[in-house]
Structure formats: structure tokens, C-alpha cells
Design a protein around this ligand. Sequence first.
Ligand SMILES: O=C(O)CCC(=O)C(=O)O
Length: 295
Amino acid sequence: MRNNLKEEFLENGYVIIDVLSEKEISEFRVIMDKLLSPKVVGSNDAPKSSSFQHLGDNLEDFGKEARQYYFHLLTNPGTESIHHAFCNPIILETVEEIIGPDLIVNNASILAANVGTSYSLGWHRDVIQIPEEDIQDWLFSAERFHNSVQINLPLVDESSLWIVPKSHNRPNTKEENEAFCGSKHYAPIGVKMPGAIPVNLKAGQAVLYNNNLIHRGYTETMKVPRRTLHMGYHSNAFKPTWHFYLLNNDLLTEDYLETLDPAMRIMMDKYMACRKEYPNMEDTWKKEYMTNLIM
Ligand SMILES: O=C(O)CCC(=O)C(=O)O
């Protein structure tokens, strides 16, 4: 493991690491393409510039429209064949080094689009659950420990994630505020964000990022299909952030939990215990809740 990986992550808000071998990439491609039912023929190919990703899409709808799709997997029976991707030892070891031990997955998704798709999701920090009036600058301070790491792990080379490096632990600059046009959630599609760069990833590489970074999804026109594993982790050694509540707890029924492999089951049991201990997402952005300082 790189010596200064944690420092790099804390300073820049992201790191890129090599994760999958060629063989693993091919195996995951086969599994993912099977889940995506690639035989669906689009009946509506009118371009759609953005989708509201947090709600998630249905796998059976993939390809019906010319857009990027976002599939939540963990609470979706029938997707277990790919769940081992979310227990990858290289990813887990690296995330543990960054945020701490005893990881729980809190987002396990696929980002997918077919060739020819134009994809544009507005610039944002991942604070969409927080009402705009509660989004205060101190949430993005270097002293506040952010117990969440988000990851994109593509199975095909891609540059669809764009970021503003180092923006995770400081408030917006004046120019960024102008680009956000008064919104604390999403900037209007198409605005120019100063200092932004695309994250160029080879298939099998992962970008690990602090989701308080200013970022967006954008590809003018996909020349290759997008096939990306997307996931998020929380360290059970510390209090959860709002990201922890992304999973729909109500869908984690006993019947569903029985279908999971043992490693995933252990994480989900811990997930539910942590939700019981911290039932109110709304507490997580209050100043008095944030007792965790940087580690
Ligand atoms: O990689 C992408 O398409 C962007 C993902 C994103 O914006 C997010 O998960 O918040």
C-alpha cells in the first residue's frame, strides 16, 4: 500500500488505486451485463440530460431511455451475484486505512449507460439529504472528521466523474458560489466550475473520494458503455454521517437478509444495529452531534 495514501486523501479529497486484475474485470463484466439485461431495446431514445440518482432506477428499465442509470443493489433481491464486489479486500483495506476499522457498506450501486448517451448531473456536494438552510460552512472544515468514503470502480475506462480537488474541507469560494447560482444542492447543468478536472480511470482502477468534494457526473457522449461499480463505506468505530442512511432499512427484512452471503450479512447486521443506535439522520448535521475530530 502507498505510504502517504491517507495524507493524499485528506489533502486532495481523493486517491486513485489499482484494484481489479484483468481476469476479475472480465468476470465482473459478465456478471454485470447479465444483471443489466442488455437485450432490452430502447423505445425512447430521446436524450435525457440528467437523472435524479438518489431514488435509483429499476434494473429491468436499463436501456429504455438514452441516459445514465443508477441502480441500488444492496436492497434489491436478485443482485447477489455481484455483491462480492463490495467486499473487495483491497478496497476494504484502503478505506480502513483512511477512515478507521470495522467497515459497513452503506451504498452499493451500478452506474451504467450505453454508447451514445450524453450524461450530465449538476455540480454538487453529497449533502442532498440536508435541507439547504441547515448546510453550514463548518460541515466542510478540515477539523471535522468525515466518516464516509465513496468509490467509483469502473469495469471499462472512463472519465465520467469530475471533481474540484481539495474542495472537501473548505467552504465554497466566491466563484464557486456564483457557479451554484444560489443553490446549496445542485448547480444548474452546464455551468463552468473553476478548478474542475475529470477523474481519468482505467478499467479496474478505483477512485476513493470524500463525498463532500464538489463533484458532478458528465460525459458529453459515451464512446464506450459505462459499467461502473459505485459504493460507500462507514467505519463502525465512529458516529454515522447522513450518507449512512442511504440504504432503505425497511427493505432489510429477515427474508432478504437470509439471501446474502456471510460477509455481506455481517455488514448488514451491523448496519441495522447502528441505525438502531442512531435512528435520526437529522441529528447528523447538527453541530453538537459532531464530536469527532480529524483522526
Ligand atoms: O460518477 C458519477 O457519475 C457521479 C456520481 C455522483 O455524483 C454521486 O454519486 O454523488
